[in-house]
Design a protein around this ligand. Structure first.
Ligand SMILES: *[C@@H]1O[C@H](CO)[C@@H](O)[C@H](O)[C@H]1NC(C)=O
Ligand SMILES: [Ca+2]
Length: 494
């Protein structure tokens, strides 16, 4: 493997560090600090983890808790209950919102600021790497004699990494469009102008050096911009309810951000309501669409929720576009225990094809029960990954990818179905997000976001299929463009 052969040359290393560092701005890698050194040799690692019969017992399934009965809704009336409550008035949201770092991406709602936080956190790393790179390029250009071959190795590496870099296009967007230009320049330089002689190499390095200087000042400028006070830009409809279904019954019929108030024990909170899909009334609990939010997070983040609930369209004053977020396990559990609940998982590939998985029953237990999941009554076009496991696998290999009945795991809290004495072997550490991992998954909606869809084991941090995966539709090595999970109280349809 050529991968680290160039480590002799620290200039190359820093160059790649810079790329890596740009890459982590979006998918901030606090879920695995030592991924650098952990290059895996196994090529076939994927969704399941085969049993080593000499050392391990055959894994068994956990029974899923029984569905919730009682409570529940009647069929939806054809007329909304109280038309006068329609959202004519909009009250100002609370303070604390902020502008997106890139104005073109619209303003974030008050729960936003994720990108901004990320950027602030990453500043030191970015700056340090840029500085190191600059120093290295300096000395590199002074002793160009034997370095031509490293340039070649770099080119090979570059080709391999290109997809990953595309994955980060978003990060670069959000970071600054200037920065993107430089990245493009470097890419072109490396790809098309591999020097035929060292004279050329020297001038390229000169050029790189000035680009790096520009990069440094861009980073500073961007940081100044991000430190500016936040601006609030989303209004919230007055109409509220226990969840989105109650809101649509009260006449709130546009898809946007609302405040919901499930019961007296929790404060009202913001959520995106989908009021169009399959008659609307859906409370969005999870959404992926552009890789703008890092889903490699700890237990408490998944417990409380994270991400951007919504943003506004163009000049509109309300938040009609959903953001990327996880609503939070406490909230999800609470919502699903109010009564029978259905779950709709919609997904879209990079060509625009769409499928869905619908579960007529969906319950998440509370934290004390490790947010154990129960799903039932599948129908849809995506394949029943959650209950049947990955369609590509057979026997126990398949059984170990079933999610129904599993506990929730994050990289700092291992409750998965991979029972082993080796504590480094944890599904959430390897597969990128918090999820109801078994040993390990057939579906990985909270995985890493890969731009473009296809990815390979050597692009993954641990050689496993850690993308936004729904195996039963696209297999292990395709990361979906969009994935969302929405819930609604189950009620008899008319
Ligand atoms: C499970 O998968 C492993 C490799 O991934 C394979 O060697 C084994 O035969 C499979 N077992 C079954 C029952 O298919
Ligand atoms: Ca485990």
């Amino acid at each position: 493997m050529v991968t680290w052969a160039f480590s002799k040359s620290s200039a190359m290393k820093h160059f790649l560090l810079l790329l890596l560092c740009i890459s982590t701005v979006k998918s901030l890698s606090d879920y695995d600090e030592e991924e650098e050194s952990a290059h895996k040799s196994q090529v076939d690692a994927r969704s399941h983890r085969p049993v080593d019969r000499r050392r391990e017992p055959i894994p068994t399934l956990r029974p899923a808790p029984p569905p919730i009965t009682g409570g529940g809704y009647r069929a939806r009336p054809s007329q909304p209950l109280s038309v006068q409550q329609k959202k004519l008035e909009r009250k100002a949201p609370d303070a604390g919102g902020c502008l997106h770092a890139d104005p073109d991406m619209g303003a974030l709602c008050p729960t936003g600021c994720v990108l901004q936080d990320t950027l602030v956190k990453q500043e030191r790393t970015v700056k340090a790497n840029v500085k190191d790179l600059g120093t290295e390029v300096d000395s590199f250009s002074q002793r160009t004699s034997s370095n031509f071959q490293y340039m070649r190795i770099l080119k090979d590496m570059w080709t391999k990494r290109q997809k990953q870099i595309l994955d980060n296009e978003n990060a670069v967007n959000g970071f600054s469009s200037e920065l993107e230009k430089h990245e493009l320049y470097i890419q072109e330089t490396v790809n098309t102008h591999i020097p035929n002689n060292l004279q050329v190499l020297r001038s390229i390095l000169e050029n790189l050096r000035s680009k790096i200087q520009k990069l440094e000042s861009d980073v500073s400028a961007q940081m100044d911009y991000c430190r500016n006070p936040c601006t609030v830009s989303c209004s919230i409809p007055v109409v509220s309810g226990k969840e989105c279904e109650e809101i649509i019954r009260k006449g709130g019929d546009t898809s946007e951000m609302y405040l919901i108030h499930p019961d007296g024990f929790v404060k009202p909170y913001k959520v995106y309501c989908d009021m169009k899909t399959e008659n609307g009334g859906w409370t969005v609990i999870q959404n992926r669409q552009d890789g703008s939010v890092d889903f490699g997070r700890k237990w408490d983040a998944y417990k409380n929720g994270f991400g951007n609930i919504a943003s506004n369209e163009d000049i509109k004053k309300y938040c009609g576009l959903p953001g990327e977020y996880w609503l939070g396990n406490d909230k999800i559990s609470q919502l699903t225990k109010m009564g029978p609940t259905e779950l709709l998982i919609e997904m879209e590939d990079w060509k625009g094809d769409k499928v869905k998985a619908h579960y007529g029953g969906f319950t998440v237990q509370n934290e004390g029960n490790k947010y154990q999941i129960s799903v039932s009554k599948y129908r849809g076009t995506a394949g029943n990954a959650l209950m049947d496991g990955a369609s590509q696998l057979v026997g126990e290999n398949r059984t170990m990818t079933i999610h129904n009945g599993m506990y929730f795991s994050t990289y700092d809290r291992d409750n998965d179905g991979w029972i082993t004495s080796d504590s480094s072997k944890q599904c959430s550490k390897e597969d990128g997000g918090g999820w109801w991992y078994n040993r390990c998954h057939s579906a990985n909606p909270n995985g890493r976001y890969y731009w473009g869809g296809h990815y390979t084991w050597d692009m993954a941090k641990h050689g496993t299929d850690d993308g936004v995966v729904w195996m039963n539709w696209k297999g292990s090595w395709y990361s979906l463009k969009k994935m969302s999970m929405k819930i609604r109280p189950f009620f008899p349809q008319q």
